[in-house]
Write a protein that binds this ligand. Structure first.
Ligand SMILES: [Fe+2]
Length: 191
């Protein structure tokens, strides 16, 4: 298999799903890594796991890098969240300062701010396809699947982001993740 290609399976997603006992597709999303120049392509399956839309795992940026996502096909929601910082300057993983949901479709361009947590959800009937400019080093083990600019651990231990995006009455609906202590109301925007 080419080193640039990676997938995220249902098994790898179990830690961050709202209902990990629900069945889902074998592969939730596909990634082709080209880095800042060639760009990275991500393709989401359409559908649900239980009531939750198929999503990416979600991570926080740990560098000053501002990642730019361009939606090439489909429709979805990009979730952004920022953690609170305590008086010692330490990030508090289970307290969120701000949570935003940005509705996107083919042609939308969204910048991921410094230090932000982000993931994307496929709310359409077909593939969601994005391009992004995150740098990659394919000589590093597993870099295609788990890029270095990112921290996944806070998301894993809290079983996802501060909000889950579910399908309710045919449309997206946001459910708070009870593993977080403090979660503000979600801010909803269009790209
Ligand atoms: Fe990222």
């Amino acid at each position: 298999m080419d080193k640039a290609f990676a997938v995220r399976t249902q098994e790898e997603m179990l830690d961050v799903l709202m209902t990990p006992e629900s069945s889902g597709p074998d592969v939730h999303y596909f990634m082709i890594r080209g880095g800042s120049e060639k760009k990275n392509i991500t393709i989401w399956q359409a559908g649900l796991v239980g009531e939750e839309y198929i999503k990416t795992y979600g991570h926080y940026h740990v560098s000053d890098f501002i990642e730019t996502y361009t939606v090439l096909a489909g429709e979805g929601i990009i979730l952004l969240q920022n953690r609170k910082i305590n008086e010692k300057g330490i990030l508090i993983d289970d307290e969120v300062e701000e949570a935003r949901a940005i509705f996107v479709k083919a042609g939308s361009v969204v910048q991921i701010p410094k230090n932000a947590g982000h993931l994307a959800v496929n709310t359409g009937e077909s593939w969601l396809v994005t391009s992004d400019d995150s740098p990659v080093n394919l000589n590093k083990m597993n870099e295609a699947a788990w890029p270095v600019h990112a921290d996944y651990e806070p998301v894993r231990k809290l079983h996802g982001f501060a909000y889950y995006v579910v399908k309710k009455n045919g449309k997206p609906f946001f459910i708070k993740n009870e593993n977080y202590k403090n979660v503000p109301e979600i801010i909803i925007e269009n790209a």
